[in-house]
Design a binder for this molecule. Structure first.
Ligand code: KG4
Ligand code: ZN
Length: 344
């Protein structure tokens, strides 16, 4: 029988300090997520320096709690995994330094995980990923569509050429004076409204790329003009109109991929995939093409270390270890990551 593999994973790329112990890449033994949202809320968004300071303050407490909740001792884990990119550099470095220190003291291999790849592997915590599959990653930092032929064998299809969908949810919420993070606020408000505002659809017909800056600007201008005219904005209707147009683009590109690629599954990932409207619409689309639809449970959609442990497992199996010179990278997106990965 194969020995069980336990990975201690660390995630500090943005405003969640999180650690987890994952068994065989699929089973969560222990998972702790400490979110800083309440602190950043008062600033209307994540303040990078405050995020770094808060990670420093709490990272060892998060480690203690994760180990306390676990049946596995740190001496018995097989590897230490950490998110090294993309994200806020100061925040990433705190997780990386902690991971290196633990790897050195306890003589464990170190595994460097790309955060966006982590979001995809969150799906393995519930349903086994079956290849080939199509994955759409929608988060605060990214909007990426990929075709996965196997573990870490990715064909990149497209991504946003400007703002990510999550960024635009957050921006629109801000313009409407709704609390941070904007995604859940807009989703709630949109349920009470009707899509009565006429907003521009992004075209880019022949590509798998997305674009959200036009939609963002049109909403900023609309709100500005209505204010100048002294007219009242129907916030619920604007939230609903925004959501419909933003999601239409996701559906259109996904439908094109479902038509052109042979996939056993379609998986949704990233913080924005917590959105019920998006889940329902994507599910309907997959039903039309008779392709199983999977999305992680809510707590594994937004940032967490469990998904980093899941993504680290195939790297562990293939002896893809990092050395102590591991550094952070704020902008190494999934496309750059796989270009490098395939060259190694
Ligand atoms: O994956 P994530 O936690 O962090 C990044 O890797 O970026 O995603 C955070 C993003 C934020 O933009 C937040 O507004 C959005 O996910 N989000 C949502 C929902 N919950 C979180 N967007 C739409 N609807 C939601 N329910
Ligand atoms: Zn994320």
């Amino acid at each position: 029988m194969n020995k069980d593999i336990y990975i201690l994973a660390i995630e500090t790329s943005c405003d969640e300090t999180s650690m987890a112990i994952i068994k065989n890449g699929t089973e969560v033994v222990s998972n702790t997520i400490l979110t800083q949202i309440d602190t950043h809320k008062s600033f209307g968004g994540v303040v990078p320096e405050i995020a770094s300071r808060m990670h420093t303050e709490s990272i060892l407490m998060v480690l203690e709690e994760t180990l306390e909740k676990s049946i596995i001792k740190i001496e018995d884990v097989d590897a230490i995994a950490v998110t090294y990119a993309p994200g806020l550099l100061g925040s990433l470095l705190i997780g990386i330094e902690c991971a290196k220190t633990l790897a050195m003291i306890y003589k464990k291999p170190l595994i460097a995980v790309n955060h966006t790849v982590g979001h995809i592997y969150a799906n393995n915590l519930e349903h086994k990923m079956e290849f080939p599959l199509l994955a759409l990653i929608i988060s605060g930092g990214h909007t990426d569509l990929v075709y996965m032929k196997n573990d870490y064998d990715i064909e990149f299809l497209g991504s946003s050429i400007d703002d990510s969908i999550g960024e635009v949810y957050d921006k629109v919420a801000r313009v409407l004076s709704l609390p941070y993070p904007g995604g859940p606020s807009i989703e709630k408000l949109a349920k009470e409204g009707q899509a009565t505002y006429n907003l521009p659809k992004s075209m880019m017909k022949d590509s798998y790329d997305f674009s959200y800056s036009g939609l963002k600007s049109s909403i900023i201008n609309l709100v500005h003009n209505e204010k100048q005219r002294g007219s009242e904005i129907r916030k619920e209707d604007l939230a609903s109109s925004f959501q419909e147009v933003a999601v239409e683009q996701l559906l259109r590109k996904t439908e094109k991929a479902l038509t052109n690629y042979n996939a056993k599954q379609f998986i949704l990932a990233g913080g924005v995939s917590a959105n019920k409207y998006i889940r329902e619409e994507m599910n309907k689309l997959c039903q039309k093409y008779n392709i199983p639809f999977h999305v992680p449970e809510l707590k594994y959609c937004t940032d967490n270390a469990a998904m980093i442990g899941a993504a680290a497992y195939p790297l562990y199996k293939n002896n893809k270890f990092a050395d102590y010179s591991l550094n952070g990278s704020s902008n190494e997106n999934i496309k750059i990551y796989f270009e490098k990965f395939n060259q190694e």
